[in-house]
Design a protein around this ligand. Structure first.
Ligand SMILES: *Cc1c(COP(=O)(O)O)cnc(C)c1O
Length: 394
């Protein structure tokens, strides 16, 4: 099938003029609705890439379309040197649903940018410089966030990175205990490592990180960029661990698919000097309107609960596949990884031919991040497609 497909004008144009930093799949997506996307030929796919985690609400959710259209006709940009009605309402709503004392937020445009702000808040408010992150952790690709990211593939071409970042083995309390000292500004962790292979933190590990940070005057930063907004069966994954971080970073599904990031800060975090940080597009009224609508949809459609139920069903189905190439199935809610005993790329290609789009998480983990609005029938189709692809491989 793939060999017969003609290379479209779109693909020629993009290949000619794009930066070339992305490996491309042989597929041009032109439309989306709910958990489906369509290609140029009108072929439909079940989308378990989910905008790489940005499409929790599904594609072009009517409430987002309506909120964005209305706000676009009213006011699109409004820098934070002025007050704005939509931003004010959103800040109040976001901090109201955020755990514990996370009562203030810095708004920006992406995950990496939210992490950058978190690093700055941590350094300034502790007067310390060191950030302890985890092996296999992923926090973005700007120089500061990249310094916290573990994978050599992302880091190696860009050395030297920002100094004073160290990495400890994930879920290793003794290593964390040994790493946190009076030079530690913050510990930065994902509750479930996404890019690193869909690896949930042990509750004892996150709780130890929380306690050690308090004991030693460091801040705990949780990166909920991928786990946030219902994905894991709760609004935020940390709620399942009974801890509130000092700083929480958000992005991806925060604004129904529009670009936005947020750095939430709690009472242990001090202020940055005025004008020491900022962002031209940060807190603009268009994405703020989309983000308000997102919180409303998550609540009205009970999407976190839905993710929990559907995730359990998908997990059961995937775990029931008896196949020698499967090493482990793990995850929480609708953030699921299947670790294989082979490279995942041929599996992804074969799934695409069967009308299912999925993601890798490292070389051997198949990652599923379907929109939380997906139907259970479509999830069954996904599970069956994965089984049949694996059985075709052997
Ligand atoms: C995607 C991701 C980021 C980076 O977000 P960008 O918007 O791509 O900069 C950071 N941390 C985690 C956990 C992510 O999944």
């Amino acid at each position: 099938m793939a060999m017969l497909s003609t290379i479209s004008t779109t693909q020629q144009l993009e290949s000619q003029h794009t930066s070339g930093v992305y490996p491309k799949r042989d597929l041009t997506i032109v439309r989306g609705e709910g958990a489906y996307v369509w290609d140029e030929q009108g072929r439909r796919y079940i989308d378990c890439v989910g905008g790489q985690g940005a499409a929790n609400l599904g594609h072009s959710h009517p409430a987002i379309v309506e909120a964005v259209s209305r706000q676009a006709q009213t006011l699109i940009s409004c820098p934070e040197i002025f007050y704005n009605d939509v931003r004010a309402a959103y800040l109040a709503e976001l901090t109201a649903v955020a755990p514990g004392d996370l009562n203030r937020a810095f708004l920006c445009n992406s995950g990496a940018e939210a992490v950058e702000a978190a690093i700055k808040f941590a350094r300034v408010s502790t007067g310390r410089t060191e950030i302890v992150a985890a092996m296999r952790g992923f926090h973005g690709r700007t120089m500061g966030a990249l310094s916290a990211t573990w994978n050599k593939k992302y880091r190696a071409p860009f050395q030297p990175l920002v100094p004073d970042f160290i990495h400890v083995p994930f879920n290793n309390i003794a290593a964390l205990d040994a790493a946190i000292g009076d030079h530690t500004a913050a510990v930065l962790l994902e509750p479930i490592q996404g890019e690193g292979g869909v690896r949930p933190a042990d509750p004892a590990f996150l709780q130890a990180a929380h306690a050690l940070c308090r004991e030693r005057g460091a801040l705990l930063i949780l990166d909920e960029i991928q786990t946030g907004f219902g994905r894991t069966g709760r609004l935020f994954a940390s709620e399942g661990y009974d801890i509130t971080p000092d700083i929480m970073v958000l992005a991806k599904s925060i604004a129904g698919g529009l670009p936005m990031g947020a750095t939430l800060i709690g009472s242990r975090v001090g202020e940055l000097p005025r004008m020491s940080h900022g962002s031209t597009f940060g807190g603009n009224s268009l994405t703020a309107a989309a983000a308000r609508a997102t919180l409303q949809v998550l609540r009205e459609e009970r999407l976190p609960e839905r993710a929990a139920q559907l995730g359990q069903r998908l997990m059961d189905r995937l775990s029931a596949i008896q196949h020698p190439l499967i090493r482990e199935v793990r995850g929480q809610g609708l953030m699921i990884g299947m670790e294989l005993k082979m490279k995942v790329s041929p599996v992804l290609r074969a799934l695409q031919e069967r009308g299912v789009l999925a993601l890798p998480a490292g070389a051997t983990v198949l990652r599923l991040l379907p929109p939380l609005v997906i139907s259970s029938e479509d999830l069954d189709v996904v599970a069956d497609a994965i089984a049949s692809v694996l059985f075709d491989m052997t």
